[in-house]
Design a protein around this ligand. Structure first.
Ligand code: NAD
Length: 510
């Protein structure tokens, strides 16, 4: 049991309670509203998470505002060294955090380690932030005048995160905001906050000072409170399109900078010349891995021309995947996050049949011995899918792969560009010319060429587009440095006393 989850509840409940982090202290919420954190493979209640009160939210923001006064002036090197220490602590505690993450989220242990590792890469990048936060200088823009820019931190920033990557996505946010000199209030997903809190504890252990990082838990009311709070300057959100659109509108109206990364429907195009073995493996891994609960999951496969014949081979491979509890060895597909998510996915599968798609592989009610109560949905494959069917039009966010068949690469490009989402896409082919044509014509923010889940490393930024994103600048990398800083442009003239006296002497000698 960790500091952030150790129970001090007066009720004496055996279930640990998740703490808030306010001004450097892990504190018990005074709320009367709590929610269970549940293991999705067993329904065991692992902890209780508070829905923080307005006073607790105000205290977290006040602590962040006070800490900003000194943190913004802390030297870049001193800030960066905390993240050097932090990356080391994350590495040392990787398997413990992964076990916690699997217990509360459901994904397999290797996937949980991947979730943490992709966040760790951002922490490593934060430790080298100085070179990205440098301004620019133009010498002699007029006689004796220089113009230069300062990239200064904004103040208190806030982050609101989804359930599907409880390690990576909080780590997209607070390390970059804090390394650039801001202070932060994090609102983790209320469905699986335990692994996030363990990472927050490690951040405090690494030396993040009191008030620089704060955490409040909750759902709609707390999120609305963050959007409205006058002392918060910027909000980073990752989650569904419905909630992200609300957050964008509400926080923008309150005058904040907002970036929202939202829902997806990622299409992967397969040309008949694609390397078959690698392509089929990639499709199955990217479609069903993490039980399809990745925002960059390949949820639609577009088979072009003769590649239509590959449907049955996709199904054969999908059948070999083992469904089970994420901590069991050899499992490929863990449970989905909640009973409600499972019911929603199963009802969408039913609509696929009603709307006329061909159910090639039905993953409903898979047998998982020893885990009768788990939220399991096995790999499910539909062929003959078309726009207008609910399984195509909605983000399913489960292990359901939809196959659309088209005649040409240009038909595939037209289909994808007509879809409102623009998070990720991919093409499998041996043709460089086809790949270049696709790269040029496709209107999607992240493109994989023979790469199924093209999430950029933190040297770049996450660049979803169109309906999958609101706001101009993406998370992590160079773009987020601009998001978390204000550019101040200074135009300066310094009078050179010697030069002035020389001029004056010259004048007086005339
Ligand atoms: P969600 O939108 O339900 O929740 C996200 C956050 O919003 C949570 O912290 C939650 O507490 C809060 N929230 C929920 N309902 C709210 C409401 N009515 N008002 C205000 N706040 C509310 O998302 P989720 O189910 O946790 O995550 C899955 C979604 O996130 C999927 O749509 C997925 O595509 C998306 N996602 C996108 C990316 C990306 O980078 N584009 C990455 C990961 C996940």
């Amino acid at each position: 049991m960790t500091q952030a989850t150790r129970s001090t509840a007066p009720s004496g409940t055996a279930v640990p309670t998740i703490k808030l982090l306010i001004n450097g202290e892990f504190v018990e919420s005074q709320t009367t509203q709590w929610r269970d954190v549940v293991n999705p493979a067993t329904q065991q209640v692992l902890a209780r998470v508070p829905l923080a009160t307005p006073e607790e939210l105000a205290a977290a923001v006040a602590a962040a505002k006070a800490a900003f006064r000194t943190w913004r002036k802390t030297p870049i090197g001193a800030r960066a060294r905390i993240f050097l220490k932090y990356q080391q602590l994350i590495r040392e505690n990787m398997s413990e955090v992964a076990a916690l993450l699997t217990a509360e989220q459901g994904k397999t242990l290797p996937d949980a380690e991947g979730d943490i590792f992709r966040g760790l890469e951002v922490v490593e990048h934060a430790a080298n932030i100085g070179s990205l936060q440098m301004g620019e200088l133009a010498n002699n823009v007029a006689n004796g005048v220089d113009t230069y820019t300062l990239q200064q931190p904004l103040g208190v920033c806030a982050g609101i995160t989804p359930f599907n990557f409880p390690a990576m996505i909080p780590l997209w946010m607070f390390p970059m905001a804090i390394a650039t000199g801001n202070t932060f209030v994090l609102k983790p997903s209320e469905q699986d906050p335990m692994s996030t809190m363990r990472l927050v504890e490690l951040a405090v252990e690494a030396g993040i000072p009191a008030g620089v990082l704060n955490v409040v838990h909750g759902a709609e009311d707390v999120v609305n409170g963050l959007c409205d709070h006058p002392d918060i300057r910027a909000i980073s959100f990752v989650g569904s399109t419905r909630v992200g659109t609300h957050v964008y509108n509400r926080a923008s109206l309150a005058g904040k900078r907002v970036q929202c990364m939202m829902g997806a429907k990622n299409h992967v195009v397969v040309l008949p010349d694609a390397p078959k073995e690698q392509t089929l493996n990639a499709l199955v891994g990217a479609g069903f891995g993490a039980a399809g609960q990745r925002c960059m999951a390949s949820s639609v496969v577009v088979l072009v021309g003769e590649a239509r014949a590959w449907v049955d081979e996709i199904a054969e491979r999908a059948k070999t995947l083992k469904v089970g509890a994420g901590h069991e060895p050899g499992v490929d597909v863990g449970p989905v996050i909640s009973c409600a998510a499972r019911a929603r996915i199963e009802s969408l599968i039913a609509t696929g049949l009603e709307d006329g798609a061909r159910l090639v592989l039905d993953g409903r009610n898979p047998p998982v011995p020893g885990y009768d109560n788990g939220n399991f949905v096995g790999p499910t494959l539909f062929a003959g899918v078309k726009p207008g069917m609910r399984i195509y039009d909605q983000e399913i966010f489960g292990p359901v792969l939809c196959v659309v068949e088209v005649d040409t690469l240009d038909d595939a490009i037209a289909l994808i560009n007509a879809n409102p989402n623009g998070n990720g896409t991919g093409l499998f082919t041996r043709s460089g010319g086809a790949a270049r044509h696709f790269q040029e014509e496709i209107d999607v923010g992240q493109v994989g060429i023979n790469v199924p889940i093209p999430v950029p490393v933190p040297l770049f930024s996450f660049t979803g587009s169109r309906g999958s994103k609101l706001g101009d600048l993406g998370p992590y990398g160079k773009q987020v440095v601009l998001f978390y800083t204000q550019t101040k442009t200074v135009t300066a003239r310094w009078f050179d006393e010697d030069a002035v006296s020389t001029v004056n002497t010259t004048i007086s000698l005339r």
